[in-house]
Ligand binder design. Structure first.
Ligand SMILES: CC(C)(COP(=O)(O)OP(=O)(O)OC[C@H]1O[C@@H](n2cnc3c(N)ncnc32)[C@H](O)[C@@H]1OP(=O)(O)O)[C@@H](O)C(=O)NCCC(=O)NCCS
Length: 196
């Protein structure tokens, strides 16, 4: 009995030590990541990002990205993440709403706070441009992205209350998700954040 208890205690100690080591490494990595710059892309950098998007199959390009401001995370002159924010009213029927899209961080650089910094940079830009709301669409199964948006205060919009895309109105067709037109596409949920 005593031996079992001793083995259990040793196992618990091992697990706790491993968790502490992982946390310590993560803290160090996050501190190092503060040296990675998050900023608005220059015209040349923006064109490079958008050229990639333009090469995507129809329906996979994030709505509004063609006219969006692009925020990038740069590590050793390499773009390792980006996020797009549209001018208020440029993409949506509501003149006070900016659309956030294209939030991506390369896998090797995730969990270092870069997604958060990119989204905060977009929110800051939208607020300064006069937006009252930032809106986004996210795949219902995208746990990390939804966790990120919730952490920053985004709330889920009930179905049917989604802001309508301006292009959709102009074309006179029924509202559709901004990206992914395939029938097999995963369901998208709308989230918004009041910023003004
Ligand atoms: C979503 C994504 C951009 C997050 O980038 P990231 O740099 O790893 O995120 P951060 O390190 O800034 O994390 C910020 C918060 O997001 C949440 N989060 C991020 N990754 C998570 C994960 N794997 N599981 C749960 N929550 C997660 C956490 O709340 C985290 O805060 P914490 O570190 O204090 O717990 C990244 O996972 C990604 O590129 N995913 C694929 C593309 C995608 O789904 N984009 C969204 C399109 S709408």
């Amino acid at each position: 009995m005593r031996t079992v208890a001793r083995v259990c205690r040793a196992l618990v100690r091992k697990v706790v030590l491993r968790a502490q080591t992982v946390r310590a490494f993560r803290r160090l990595a996050r501190r190092a990541a503060t040296r990675i710059r998050v900023r608005e892309a220059s015209a040349v950098e923006r064109d490079a990002v958008l050229r990639v998007l333009q090469a995507l199959p129809a329906g996979e390009t994030p709505a509004g990205s063609a006219d969006a401001v692009v925020m990038i995370a740069v590590w050793r002159r390499r773009t390792i993440g980006h996020a797009f924010i549209s001018s208020p009213g440029a993409v949506t029927a509501d003149p006070g709403t900016s659309l956030l899209s294209g939030v991506v961080v390369l896998p090797a650089f995730r969990r270092l706070g870069l997604g958060e910094r990119l989204v905060l940079a977009c929110i800051g830009w939208a607020r300064a441009a006069g937006a009252s709301t930032v809106w986004l669409k996210v795949e219902a199964g995208a746990g990390p992205a939804i966790g990120l948006y919730r952490k920053l205060g985004f709330v889920t919009v009930p179905p049917g209350e989604s802001p309508v895309l301006a292009q959709t109105i102009a074309e006179g067709s029924p509202p559709a998700p901004p990206a992914r037109s395939s029938a097999a596409a995963p369901p998208l949920i709308d989230m918004t954040l009041r910023v003004g």
